[in-house]
Ligand binder design. Structure first.
Ligand SMILES: *Cc1c(COP(=O)(O)O)cnc(C)c1O
Length: 375
């Protein structure tokens, strides 16, 4: 019998202690990524950190090439960062154009804070009642009132709605507007190969790499227009913009681990993983549909593995999350309103299983949530 994607994914990593429904926060790493990072740390101790880094160049190049394959940009456009917020911070800090940005009302709170901290004025793009971008209306708004950049988070942290990334990318291309994409939840989950002006993500979420790593990919046309403020580019030995952006101390072992994890993702097939995650979302929402005291926020067929539950009977998602871990060994996320301050009004409970989730896991969770209504 051929092994399913779920079976291979499960067999490739340590056994979960309990039920892990928290990939939107941090997935479970596989043996290959864990071992590669440990091997690199060992090699650093043997030959020295900088010699080991040179020796790791091929695996890090492969990691960048994998990011390129998933984003539609080139391997030479990709730099490693310490995470998604760090990537956006680098980009905004180097911005040399008009400091206005258009984004969704449901934009991720820390991104809004970074835009504000960098002096950007933000306007909201039109959405429907689910918070989904209305592409035609957005095209009209953007044509009339051209922002310095369009920022899209194709999949948010607080709601499992898949935003129409490809149609918006086309609108931005037609209008000549730079599209910046926060793919922290979307890379390895939705099709992100739209070659935007810039795109960034985190390692630890759906790609199941180590913590403390992220990536930023910048199209050469945009890179030409960035002016990184640090480190200074010495005219005698000028640095490229990408060299400036990638400057700084880093955890090379974690970058090696991430490069291995993203390679495994490509080997499994991005399309296969995406299809399975869409199925996982449908199974999760179906299993939670009748749990008393909670309402499933997303349409059942939304093609993402993020399911959010809104309390309808006064349950506190933070208390329920803690209770689920302590009493049932089930790991979920409590998302407070600061994650999407212009869209979320009260905390929600997020279930974000990866491809390996079983119907038993989901039944256990539904039963636990019903019990949690009495805590
Ligand atoms: C997690 C997340 C981030 C931040 O990622 P870090 O790597 O922790 O900086 C940004 N945007 C979204 C949508 C996220 O879910």
């Amino acid at each position: 019998m051929t092994e399913t994607l779920a079976e291979r994914w499960r067999a490739a990593r340590p056994k979960a202690a309990g039920v892990h429904l928290d990939s939107g926060a941090c997935s479970r790493q596989g043996f290959a990524a864990i071992d590669a990072a440990a091997q690199h740390a060992r090699h650093e101790a043997e030959v020295g950190g900088y010699v080991a880094l040179d020796a790791a160049a091929p695996v890090l190049d492969a990691g960048r090439a994998a990011v390129a394959a998933l984003t539609g940009l080139a391997a030479t456009d990709v730099v490693f960062t310490t995470g998604a917020n760090h990537a956006l911070s680098l980009l905004l800090d180097s911005w040399d154009g008009d400091r206005t940005a258009a984004c969704l009302p449901g934009e991720y709170g820390p991104n809004l804070a970074l835009l504000a901290a960098n002096g950007f004025r933000v306007s909201a793009l039109p959405v429907d009642e689910d918070g989904r971008l209305r592409v035609d209306a957005a095209a009209d708004v953007l044509a009339r009132d051209r922002p310095g950049l369009v920022h899209l988070t194709p999949l948010g942290s607080h709601r499992g709605i898949a935003q129409p990334l490809a149609p918006l990318a086309e609108v931005c291309r037609d209008l000549g507007l730079p599209l910046v994409v926060d793919a922290a939840q979307a890379l390895g989950h939705l099709d992100c190969a739209v070659a935007p002006a810039a795109i960034y993500s985190a390692s630890r979420k759906w790609l199941a790499g180590p913590r403390g790593v992220g990536v930023l990919a910048v199209h050469p046309e945009l890179a030409d227009r960035l002016r990184p403020r640090f480190p200074p580019s010495d005219p005698a030995a000028p640095l490229t913009v990408l060299q400036q952006l990638s400057h700084g101390e880093s955890n090379a072992a974690a970058r090696v681990g991430f490069s291995v994890a993203i390679g495994e993702h490509l080997a499994a097939g991005d399309g296969n993983v995406r299809a399975r995650l869409a199925e996982v979302g449908r199974l999760t929402r179906t299993a939670m549909a009748d749990v008393a005291g909670w309402r499933v926020v997303e349409p059942v067929d939304e093609p993402t593995a993020i399911t959010t539950l809104e309390p309808t009977g006064g349950a506190d998602p933070h208390r329920v999350r803690a209770w689920l871990i302590a009493e049932r060994g089930i790991v979920t996320t409590a998302c407070d309103a600061r994650r999407a301050p212009n869209e979320l009004t009260a905390p929600v409970l997020r279930l974000s299983p990866h491809v390996d989730v079983t119907s038993d896991d989901l039944e256990l969770t539904a039963a636990a949530l019903a019990d949690a209504s009495t805590i």
